[in-house]
Design a protein. Structure first.
Length: 230
């Protein structure tokens, strides 16, 4: 399964999504900072599972409709930062979808996630991540789950990885940095957290109109033969 995650930078990079999905043959697309009043129902063979509706800049999840079927969708609001109270950019910061694999006849969960910005403390973001991962379990206890998105966590990632492992998840970084806008804040911002999946690769894709670079996550059930990531 190939999953693309992309922070659209206030919807600016939305025009790139069709080409991005088709070029990399994505099975799932998770976006952040989307104008959810201006997104299509389908993108390059992917169908919209759902999008948040209480955000100025929202989340959306698309899936390949000839391979999967959406079973349940859930969005949640997470603990707010001062930035959230003042500017109100996002109330719902996690959108999870339970998908049914039509061929394999099994379910799994994918989610798009957007943590509070760098004006907040790492402790707040850890709280948001912990709450989001716990919520994923309510979509299907014991199911494989993959949460991708903008974690806004460029430093002390080792500590975050330990906290994530304490919840039974694994944190996966991409092969190169995913944020380049400001010199002193460049680094890895866009991650994947997973349980029940083997993550073959997390690759940073070329930069487009956003200050974030998209990431491509290639995941499989551990019992499956490794898939090509070319």
């Amino acid at each position: 399964m190939k999953v693309i995650s992309y922070n659209l930078r206030k919807h600016r990079a939305a025009v790139e999504l069709v080409e991005l999905v088709e070029r990399h043959n994505a099975d799932v697309l998770c976006v952040q900072e989307a104008d959810t009043t201006d997104i299509p129902d389908r993108i390059g063979g992917l169908r919209l599972a759902d999008a948040t509706n209480r955000n100025r800049l929202g989340l959306a999840v698309y899936y390949r409709e000839n391979a999967y079927r959406a079973v349940e969708v859930r969005s949640i609001a997470l603990k707010k930062s001062l930035h959230d109270y003042v500017l109100k950019p996002a109330e719902e910061r996690m959108l999870g979808v339970r998908l049914h694999d039509i061929d394999d006849r099994r379910d799994f969960v994918v989610a798009s996630f957007h943590a509070a910005p760098l004006t907040a403390l790492n402790s707040l973001r850890r709280h948001q991540i912990r709450t989001a991962l716990a919520e994923l379990g309510t979509l299907g206890e014991g199911l494989p789950a993959l949460m991708v998105g903008d974690y806004n966590y460029p430093v002390f990632k080792e500590n975050l990885g330990q906290k994530v492992r304490e919840q039974g998840y694994e944190l996966s970084l991409s092969d190169s940095r995913t944020y380049t806008r400001y010199k002193f804040f460049r680094g890895h911002y866009d991650f994947a957290t997973s349980v029940g999946f083997a993550i073959d690769q997390v690759r940073t894709l070329p930069q487009g109109l956003s200050d974030h670079l998209p990431i491509l996550v290639t995941a499989r059930h551990p019992a499956e033969t490794a898939v090509s990531v070319a």
